[in-house]
Design a protein around this ligand. Structure first.
Ligand code: BJ8
Length: 425
């Protein structure tokens, strides 16, 4: 961290001792996983810098935005439409966390058998270590899985600014109507928070900014089809993770710069792994920072990850929002259309997700799929069984892994993943 931010963290009510401990662990983990790797694209230096300042400079920027009258909205899900947030002159930041923290405190308010992602988010609140959460003017929860739905009832007692959005669970006409009504309600809530009336121009600009960000990420994902792979899965995941925190325009530029470099690498047949290295698509639960365990094991076991079918990955960024509409109503319809396509496992049935996994295997010339389910995540664990069967029926090898954020299972996972990679060869 290039500056002393202690007074800033103190003003946000963070527990400085706990926060120091968290940053220490995060820094060491990051150094071991990322900074010691060879042959990374130079453009990843930007993402290393963002990570080194993720609780420093970026928080300072957000607090400066607040002083200038902008609001900060925090979210736990890719269903929260950033287009509307930007149109209301607010900034969206991701609040999901990928590390265990204050576990004892968390288990006083949530059952032990709750998925690690939800427990982690509570741990960051109860442990007073998340400056994003404390800086947010509004926290948006969403009724997706049962775990989150019920957890927001408990979170409401811990924060004063929770807004809960209902999300359909069926892709029917009624389901779309529900999403549309909820997005209009959210638009009004965002307007009430910021005092800004969202007009056509503002909404169009919001859509364009988010589309540009997604386009840059689409460009990055497409380049990963090359063999040898020009970028590691760990680095591509890092870019996806940073997209939830960073300024959208700056992030878009940084991703495009990395893509320019990757295009040169591809032209020169330069890769991060040798040609014909076994190629894997990872599919399943989102991997929030610093959830790098699984990709790290995979990429130190002889395989390269060429795509993530996850909300911190393609599920979160697929499909652009049509910006051609000439009224707020038309643009809102386009936003509803785009988000209604998200194929989260909370939907029943959810055939689009399987089709997307197959499409990714084809597009990225993957040799197999590793399905990652967080322990106690019913939607993804349940869905992993029919997904595995359907892929196996089509001759696509798949390994199902259920894990959490602890490092206790690293040895066992490594053995299973190495055996799977060996089989792919
Ligand atoms: S759109 S995947 S971000 S809900 S891991 S909390 S599902 S028990 S995170 Fe998600 Fe939105 Fe869907 Fe994406 Fe529940 Fe499972 Fe935990 Fe999960």
């Amino acid at each position: 961290m290039s500056e002393d931010y202690r007074s800033m963290w103190e003003s946000l009510g963070l527990d400085l001792t706990a926060h120091d401990a968290l940053l220490g662990v995060l820094g060491t983990f990051y150094r071991d996983i990322y900074l010691t790797r060879k042959n990374r694209p130079e453009g990843m230096g930007y993402f290393d810098f963002v990570m080194s300042e993720v609780h420093g400079l970026r928080i300072k920027e957000l607090l400066e935005e607040k002083v200038a009258g902008r609001k900060i909205i925090g979210s736990y899900c890719v269903f929260v439409p950033e287009e509307i947030v930007l149109a209301a002159n607010a900034t969206l930041v991701g609040l999901c966390s990928g590390a265990d923290f204050a576990v004892e405190e968390v288990e006083k308010v949530l059952p032990r058998n709750t998925c690690a992602l939800i427990k982690s988010s509570f741990g960051f609140k109860l442990g007073k270590v998340c400056p994003y959460l404390e800086a947010a003017d509004m926290i948006v929860g969403e009724n997706t899985c049962d775990g989150k739905k019920k957890a927001y009832e408990s979170l409401d007692a811990l924060v004063s600014n929770l807004y809960v959005m209902d999300i359909p669970q069926v892709k029917s006409e009624k389901g779309r109507e529900l999403l549309k009504a909820e997005f209009w309600r959210f638009k009004e809530a965002a307007e009430a928070l910021t005092g800004v009336t969202i007009d056509t121009e503002r909404l169009k600009q919001g859509i364009r900014t988010v589309n540009a960000k997604r386009r840059a990420l689409h460009r990055l994902t497409a380049l990963r089809a090359a063999d040898p792979a020009p970028i590691s899965g760990l680095d591509a995941l890092l870019a996806s993770q940073v997209s939830f925190y960073d300024n959208p325009q700056r992030f878009t530029d940084a991703v495009n710069k990395v893509c320019d470099e990757l295009e040169k690498r591809i032209a020169e047949k330069e890769g991060v792994f040798a040609p014909n290295t076994p190629r894997v698509v990872v599919s399943g639960c989102p991997m929030a920072v610093p959830s790098w365990k699984i990709p790290w094991i995979i990429e130190t076991s002889g395989a390269v990850i060429v795509g993530e079918e996850s909300c911190v990955g393609e599920r979160g960024i697929r499909n652009l929002t049509d910006d051609a509409g000439q009224s707020v109503e038309a643009l809102m319809e386009a936003i509803v259309d785009r988000y209604f396509k998200i194929d989260c496992a909370i939907f029943t049935p959810n055939p689009d997700r399987l089709a997307h996994i197959e499409e990714m295997v084809r597009a990225y010339k993957a040799d197999g799929v590793i399905h990652y389910g967080l322990l106690f995540c019913q939607p993804y664990l349940m869905e992993s069984i029919p997904v595995a069967k359907a892929l196996e029926d089509k001759g696509i090898p798949i390994l199902r892994i259920d894990s959490d954020y602890s490092m206790e299972d690293v040895g066992q996972l490594k053995t299973r993943i190495e055996a799977f990679v060996e089989m792919l060869r």
